[in-house]
Design a protein around this ligand. Structure first.
Ligand code: PLP
Length: 408
């Protein structure tokens, strides 16, 4: 049961990096009556969302929609293409990359996790969690695999635990430079519809997406975008799969249906989301996220706190990680901000627990929502006794006043 004893006035500020706020327009679409998923109306909906998703992934090849959270689509990517004992090269950019690697191990794959090993004064325990994938490390490792035992390279496009993106085109070039046939798999769960993602152009074999980030939907559906090569490899891959099997999905999807009962009402929401993204234009959607990221980082810099992403070229347009001073518990700051201002911020995950918090700036938002979010952060930080160099809210106001908006 929902706890309705206390309901603060006004809207809750859901500023975690997903689930992101769901626009009223999408909520209304989801509330429409559920229809027969074997009837003609449903087929029209199915075909339209599948083709709309191809546009968002920038692919001409099939996109699969699962009634599952993103973790399910991770599993689907692996079990449709790999066989027990296959070697998989993963790259540790943060918590989600590590979780995907752990899943690969649990599925019986032989998993190797590369990571950047440098010095980092703020986070000596996790230096690689402040930078994107270093493609040359992947290239070097693949060159040391002359018998092509490594069957897949898996990377995260936008690491939601850190606010660091990776250059997927450069990873593709690294695999090609090593003349290695490994599949390239990319988790773009929090990248999709926030940061540019080009499935076909970048030569990605399997991409993983989720509903609750840039697509502005509630959690509950997730995606695989495929390549012809992935579909070919599927024919000989022997990891067990039933619910996740692509072949039955693709066969039924051709006519707009699913092999089992799909999440009809979330698909209504997806249809609305795709229309909103298409009307605005993906280039404007990406520019809007970049601009928000710029404003939020201006605030964090004015506070004098380090940004989790140490490489400005790889700043995430979807979220910003804020490292708190040593001796301060970031979760205590978040708790206070939640209790006092009804504002939810993302926690530090895994190795970052207590050291940082995350501000989500993705999906359905605007300058004033973000300014209010920053005001909540600023007041909360001060209340726990963090000395701030200057007002971040003022810096963000200055940024938003000056930075041009990209409008259709
Ligand atoms: N990968 C990334 C980059 C994520 O951000 C998340 C969730 O936040 C996941 C995977 C896992 O997805 P889910 O929680 O929807 O299962």
């Amino acid at each position: 049961m929902l706890n309705l004893d206390f309901h603060p006035s006004g809207r809750h500020f859901l500023q975690v990096p997903g689930p992101s706020p769901v626009p009223d327009r999408i909520l209304r679409a989801i509330s429409l009556p559920t229809i027969d998923h074997r009837g003609p109306e449903f087929a029209r909906l199915g075909l339209s969302v599948l083709s709309g998703l191809q546009a968002v992934f920038k692919t001409r090849h099939p996109v699969i929609v699962y009634a599952a959270s993103g973790t399910g689509a991770w599993e689907a990517a692996l079990c449709n293409t790999l066989s027990p004992g296959d070697q998989v090269l993963m790259y540790e950019t943060g918590h989600f990359a590590s979780l995907w690697a752990r899943m690969a191990m649990r599925l019986g794959l032989s998993t190797e996790l590369l990571s950047w090993q440098g010095e980092d004064a703020y986070l000596p325990q996790a230096p690689g969690w402040r930078r994107g994938v270093q493609p040359q490390l992947i290239e070097e490792r693949l060159r040391r695999d002359p018998h092509h035992r490594i069957k897949a390279v898996c990377v995260v496009h936008n690491e939601t635990s850190t606010g660091v993106t990776s250059d997927i085109a450069a990873v593709r070039s690294a695999v090609d430079a090593a003349r290695h046939p490994a599949l390239l798999m990319v988790d773009t769960i929090s990248g999709l519809a926030c940061a540019d993602y080009r499935h076909d152009e970048w030569g990605v074999d399997v991409a993983v997406g989720g509903s609750q980030k840039g697509l502005m939907l509630p959690p509950g559906i997730s995606f695989n975008a495929l390549s012809p090569r992935a579909l070919d490899v599927m024919k000989t891959a022997t990891l067990p799969r039933a619910f996740w099997a692509w072949d039955e999905m693709i066969a039924m999807n051709k006519d707009g249906y699913w092999p089992y009962t799909p999440s009809t009402n979330l698909l209504y929401g997806l249809s609305e989301s795709l229309e909103m993204l298409q009307t605005e234009g993906l280039e404007h959607v990406f520019a809007r996220h970049q601009r928000w990221g710029g404003g939020v980082r201006a605030a964090v810099s004015a506070w004098g706190l380090p940004i989790q992403c140490a490489d400005p070229a790889r700043y995430s347009p979807a979220l910003t990680g804020v490292i708190v001073p040593g001796g301060v518990d970031a979760d205590a700051v978040r708790r206070l901000i939640h209790e006092r201002f009804d504002l939810s911020l993302g926690t530090g995950l895994g190795k970052l627990k207590g050291r940082m918090f995350r501000i989500g700036h993705l999906g359905s938002s605007n300058d004033l929502t973000l300014l209010a979010t920053l005001a909540g952060c600023e007041m909360g930080l001060k209340q726990v006794g963090v000395a701030l160099a200057a007002s971040g809210v003022q810096a963000a106001m200055d940024y938003f006043s000056a930075a041009r908006m990209s409008r259709p």
